[in-house]
Structure formats: structure tokens, C-alpha cells
Write a protein that binds this ligand. Sequence first.
Ligand SMILES: [Zn+2]
Length: 150
Amino acid sequence: MLAYFAAAMVSKIPDQPLEIEIPEEISGLRMTRQRREVYRILQQERNHPTANDVFMRVKDRLPNISLATVYNCLEVLVQHGIIRQVNFERESSRYCPNLSEHGHFHDEATGVIHDVVFKPGITLADVLQLPPGALIQDVEITLRGKIATT
Ligand SMILES: [Zn+2]
């Protein structure tokens, strides 16, 4: 997923690290420098960081940014539907830039949160007995477990 995104969105500058280009405006929201850097971090490392994780990473580029500002940036990005806020029981919120319909698999052994998607052609109605006429507007699927090592 990251590789695909990088290939699609990155402009190549010789002898410089690849950089994801962030538009000036997304979904009607003006992307200030701070919002842009916060969003860039979420796009670059798609491992569902907490606000504090984002804060630690964004300080490389914006040394004077505060944790409160990072929270504000994340909140406004969530409000505009640019990223998703993901909550797991008793844990800090995490943030996900993947807007396609997906759920999460929480590996409790490592703490890693993986995106999980429906197999092609499968919809919720194929696996769940829904009330007649139910129109699904939002899906939140969280699976917990661990990944067996062989
Ligand atoms: Zn996700």
C-alpha cells in the first residue's frame, strides 16, 4: 500500500529523499504548514500512530510545534474526513489515512495495528444477517488477536 502510494504521489528529486506532495487544499480545508506536516507523517508511516507518536515525529521538521497544535491539526483533519480517528478500548486514539472501507486487526502481542479489507466481491450482507432494509453508513470493525509465527 505504501509502495503504491509512493509511486503515485511522489515527485522525484534527484539525490533527495522521496517526499510526498501534499496539495494546498484538501476537501475544502486549507493545508497550513502544520497540517501538511502532520498529514505527511500519517501518509508516510501507515502504522496508526497516536497523537503523541505524531508529535514526536513531526518535531524533526517543525521543532517548535506543540502537542496541543498536533491535536488541533489531527482534529480538523478528522472533521474534514481527510483522515480517520480509530479508537481501541482503553487506549489513546490512533489516526489512519486510509479512507477506503476497512477494519483493523490489533496484534496484541506486538501492538501493531493492521488494516484489513473485505475480500474482492464480498460485502457485509454476505457475512452478516442484517435487519431488512438496513443501509450501512459507517463500518467499524476491530479484530484482536495475534499473528502466529511458524
Ligand atoms: Zn486503518
